[in-house]
Design a protein around this ligand. Structure first.
Ligand code: 1HN
Length: 359
């Protein structure tokens, strides 16, 4: 037997045996060896498991209308089809931080009142006559309206019209769940009493003024309704007066009018105009994004995956994947991302690429 062998095994095999035995033994003490756990991992850049994926509105709408036959809004509590990223099957996640779903409220229905520690963003895809009530004030929902349900506010929904109302919900539930900060409470009655006139909050905070003694710490998200008629008119006026950004077209961020901060502390919302024939340059940022097509048709190429889109479609742009948008017709995209959280923590990064074709 050669001197470097013990019991017929080469010394390097013996060392590996000792290492494996060590790893197993310390596992019993709830310990792990960092040099093993990180072996082979590329730690130089983010690699989100989330996939670029699209939910075509026509298909989801069919399923939603069928769901409308199967279950009432009251019985379901919220009649929602969850947009689940295939990378997170069974976990109700569109991205690592964002939940997305399409909600249907039929004429005459109401959805019961509750509140929770997650913040909700709603973007109306179809219908008129719908409303959501936030802390006892009804907010009428028209197509393209952007509405916020701030965390821990009472909210119920209804439809006083004669056609189905469908909207996109985006919530920060994966993030709030990750932080172990989920609280939830049902209101003791099905609906919260109406305690403010319709339009009161918009008059107070949405007319370019705020009450003289307003204290944002007492009311962190004062404005909850951003009607499409106003947002779209602003986009049109700006698109007519300045050339589009080569990457984003004309991209505007919804803001908290009292502070200038993003629309909510956890989720930013954007409205973006792409002129007819626009071919955007490629871009990536660390935020993960849920996009809903408000108007027009086009295509987004995300990490080499091409997604064709039209009105009402919802798609996901995971963080740090190169992507670019192209518009066949004049198009408007509404989007929600986790950028405020990343920025607040000093983690957000972006990277622009010239040329347009370097995906
Ligand atoms: C929620 O409260 C609503 O109020 C919709 O419409 C979807 C998904 C997860 C948690 C709470 C709503 C939700 C939700």
């Amino acid at each position: 037997m050669a001197s470097w062998e013990v019991l017929g095994k080469p010394a390097n095999i013996l060392a590996m045996d000792r290492q494996s035995e060590f790893h197993e033994r310390i596992g019993g003490d709830n310990l792990a060896a960092l040099w093993v756990a990180r072996r082979g991992m590329d730690l130089t850049r983010p690699a989100s498991p989330a996939e670029p994926v699209i939910w075509p509105y026509d298909e989801i709408r069919c399923h939603l209308i069928e769901a409308g036959d199967l279950v009432s809004a009251g019985e379901a509590f919220r009649r929602v089809l969850v947009l689940e990223n295939p990378a997170f099957k069974g976990r109700m996640q569109a991205t690592n931080t964002l939940y997305a779903g399409l909600q249907l409220v039929l004429p005459g229905e109401t959805a019961p009142c509750h509140r929770h520690s997650q913040t909700a963003i709603r973007f109306v895809i179809e219908g008129a006559g719908g409303y959501t009530a936030v802390d006892g004030e009804r907010i009428p929902l028209s197509r393209g309206d952007f509405v916020i349900t701030p965390n821990w506010t009472w909210h119920d929904h209804g439809n006083r019209g004669d056609a189905p109302v469908i909207w996109l919900d985006v919530l920060d539930t994966p993030l709030v769940g990750f932080l172990d900060t989920v609280f939830r409470e049902n209101y003791p009655k099905p609906l919260h009493p109406i305690i403010r006139n319709e339009g009161e909050t918009r008059a107070r905070y949405g007319a370019g003024m705020i009450p003289v003694d307003f204290d944002p710490s007492q009311n962190p998200l004062p404005l909850t309704h951003y009607p499409y008629a106003e947002s779209r008119a602003a986009l049109t006026a700006m698109a007519d007066s300045a050339p589009p950004d080569p990457t984003h077209g004309l991209k505007m961020q919804y803001t908290n009018p009292a502070t200038g901060a993003p629309a909510t502390p956890t989720m930013a919302a954007f409205l973006q105009h792409l002129p007819k024939g626009f071919i955007g340059q490629s871009y990536r940022s660390t935020e993960s994004t849920v996009v809903c097509v408000a108007e027009g048709r086009g295509r987004s190429t995300i990490d080499g995956v091409s997604l064709e889109w039209g009105p009402g479609d919802v798609f996901v742009v995971p963080g740090w994947l190169r992507h670019r948008h192209e518009a066949e017709d004049e198009a408007v995209l509404f989007s929600v991302s986790d950028r405020p959280v990343q920025q607040a923590l000093g983690l957000w990064r972006e990277e622009r690429h010239g040329g347009g074709a370097n995906l």
